[in-house]
Design a protein around this ligand. Structure first.
Ligand SMILES: Cc1cc2nc3c(=O)[nH]c(=O)nc-3n(C[C@H](O)[C@H](O)[C@H](O)COP(=O)(O)OP(=O)(O)OC[C@H]3O[C@@H](n4cnc5c(N)ncnc54)[C@H](O)[C@@H]3O)c2cc1C
Length: 423
């Protein structure tokens, strides 16, 4: 594994990375800033609809959350469907729930269509109850999903223990719509598909300024400029100062992951169906196995220390012992963290920042389906579909003045959580 990898997925993805030159005097119909799920899905779907699309990525494909996440292809948001309906109202609520319910199916159809090598597994995800009240909450969610005709099961303690290889949870919600992937493999697969459809992708190019000149956008970069009629910002939690105030519309939190070396048959009792799992705790944690039987485990916060020394690996060892006492000492081969954009109401946003300047942002840790679905929706908007037909209403930019305070508060709470749970 390369010591320069940004995550396990960066090192283990069978899909190749893509690098390309930027001449610095280019023109496109659509300029897209950010080479993650949002930017690449926008580029792919725009190119398929006959537009010339050019992606500018400051670092490498998948450098942001897209190449660092847990790889759970979720069918819904953090919020239960009843809360989504309450917040979005009768027009957008049911439409959003329906479109996102079908999100995993669409992601897996793209994977199939473009033969993306990303360890796709379609056996569902498990939301596990860490307490009796967590179980009651999952029961309410399950009842609502079943009322909506969705394929989910509420599992009692015994059933969930068999499925996940430990009896510490009170029960769980198995969502059959969902699955797992190697997220960097999917991100690079999207890049390959976008290139195949005719899009251009320039990596290692940072957009530094946006100005309007004679009815088109001029994007200044650290290596020249790109002109386009329309610009889509797919920068999400990695948003910099390119557009005033955009990084103030969310609270940035971190999420970390550690991956063991392959555990072979020692881990065959852990999630034998290879679902991804996260729990109902307020400071949630997750675990899953990858295609090579590495155990991945993580929680909210940053990596404190290194791969096999320091606080985070102590936390991970303690959790593994608690969950799977039969597993003797493990060795970690990778540790990393990434940034997540949280909105106050846990709903993502689509903003029209200026004429012909759009962004989709604030995915609250649910970006594989959200980025893919929003990228497609933006391409539809740019080719004549009405704004009213988007999955979400276009919002006006609202900054969150308390975001810097909460960012620091959460960081302290997450580190304290690691300390408490590693003794
Ligand atoms: C550790 C972790 C675990 C997660 N787990 C899951 C999960 O299991 N399932 C799930 O669905 N979601 C998960 N998420 C959330 C998900 O990863 C994100 O929501 C998603 O990747 C966002 O995609 P994006 O394309 O919008 O942004 P990103 O992937 O963050 O991409 C933004 C890109 O913009 C580039 N950029 C920024 N500014 C500029 C500029 N000025 N010029 C050029 N380029 C620029 C950055 O370099 C970056 O590559 C997780 C996130 C993290 C961090």
């Amino acid at each position: 594994m390369s010591i320069n990898s940004i995550s396990l997925w960066d090192a283990s993805s069978e899909e190749q990375d893509h690098h390309s030159e930027f001449t610095g005097t280019e023109k496109a119909d659509i300029a897209i800033v950010g080479g993650g799920f949002t930017g690449l899905s926008t580029a792919l779907h725009c190119a398929e609809r006959g537009l010339s699309a050019h992606v500018l990525e400051a670092k490498q494909i998948g450098y942001g959350g897209s190449g660092r996440n847990c790889g759970l292809v979720n069918a819904a948001l953090w919020l239960p469907p009843q809360d989504v309906r309450k917040q979005l109202g009768q027009t957008y609520g049911p439409r959003f729930i329906e479109q996102f319910g079908k999100g995993p199916e669409y992601v897996f159809s793209l994977i199939e269509k473009h033969q993306m090598r990303c360890e796709a597994t379609r056996t569902g995800t498990i939301h596990a109850a860490h307490s009796a009240s967590g179980y009651r909450e999952l029961k309410g969610r399950t009842e609502e999903w079943l009322r909506l005709g969705q394929p989910v099961d509420l599992l009692e303690r015994d059933a969930v223990s068999e499925l996940i290889g430990t009896d510490v949870f009170y029960g769980g919600l198995l969502d059959h719509r969902a699955g797992t992937i190697n997220p960097m493999g999917y991100c690079r697969g999207l890049a390959r598909a976008a290139l195949g459809a005719g899009a251009t992708i320039s990596t290692g190019v940072r957009a530094t300024k946006l100005t309007k000149e004679a009815g088109e956008w001029m994007i200044a970069t650290d290596q020249g400029e790109l002109r386009a009629k329309t610009v889509v910002l797919g920068t999400n939690a990695y948003t910099d100062d390119l557009w005033p105030d955009l990084k103030k519309v969310f609270t940035m939190i971190h999420y970390f992951q550690l991956a063991t070396t392959p555990l072979t048959d020692k881990a065959s009792h852990i999630l034998p169906g290879k679902q991804g799992l996260w729990d109902t705790g307020q400071i949630m944690f997750n675990y899953r196995r990858d295609a090579y039987d590495r155990l991945l485990i993580g929680s909210m916060g940053t990596i404190v220390g290194g791969i096999n020394k320091g606080l985070s690996q102590r936390w991970a060892r303690k959790q593994i012992k608690r969950l799977f006492p039969s597993l003797s000492e493990v060795e970690f081969e990778q540790a990393w963290h990434g940034q997540i954009a949280m909105t106050p109401d846990h709903l993502p946003r689509i903003y029209e920042l200026d004429e012909n300047l759009y962004t989709a942002i604030g995915y609250n840790g649910r970006g594989i389906t959200t980025g893919t679905v929003f990228g497609k929706a933006l391409s539809e908007l740019l080719t004549g579909v009405k704004k009213e037909d988007l999955p979400l209403p276009i919002s006006s930019l609202q900054t969150v003045p308390s975001a810097p305070f909460y960012k620091r508060l959460y960081q302290c709470a997450f580190t304290a959580n690691q300390m408490i749970k590693s003794v």
